[in-house]
Design a protein around this ligand. Sequence first.
Ligand code: 5GP
Length: 174
Amino acid sequence: MTPEELKALVRTVPGFPQPGIQFRDITPLLAHAKGLAGSITALADLARGVEAQAVAGIEARGFIFGTALALELGLGFVPLRKPGKLPVATISEDYALEYGTARLELDPTLIERGERVLLVDDLLATGGTATAGMRLLRRAGAIVEHALFLIDLPDLPGRAALADEGVAAHAVMA
Ligand code: 5GP
C-alpha cells in the first residue's frame, strides 16, 4: 500500500481527548488486513540501512507497531511501559504532557551496553514521549540514533526536538 492509501485508513477525530485536538485514530488501519501489513512493510522499509540490534516500543500503540516491526527485522522487542506495570526494579523518566505529566518505565537489564536500539511509536507530536523513551534507553546503556513513527505531525516540533538529542526521526506519513 502507498503512504496515501495508508493515510486514508487513519481516522481524524476532532475534540479528542480534549477540545481543539484533532486526534489521529489508527484503529481503522489496524483493523484493515492490508493496512496493517502495509504499515509494517513501510516501517521496515524506513528501517532498512539503519543498524539495530533491538526494537523498543512505547506503550501502548508503540507495542503494536514495534513488535510487528521487530519480527519483520528478526530482532527482539523491549517494552517502554506505563508506571507500575513491570514486576522488577525499573528506571523511569517523567515528561510533560500538554496538561500534567506522564512517566515511562524500563527494566534496564533488558538492554545490553552499547546495543543499538530502534525506538518505535505510532505518532510523533511534540516529541516529549519519544524523548523520554530515548533517555530511558540511553540510561540503560543503549545507543539510540533513530526513531520510527507511523505518523509525524509536521506542524509540531517533535522531529526537531529529537534531532537536538541526536535522534533522526523517520515517519511513514505526515
Ligand atoms: P508527543 O509526546 O510527541 O507530544 O505525543 C506523542 C505520543 O502521544 C505518542 O505516544 C502517541 O501515541 C500519543 N498521541 C498524541 N497525539 C496522538 C494522536 O493524535 N493520535 C495518536 N494515535 N496518538 C497520539
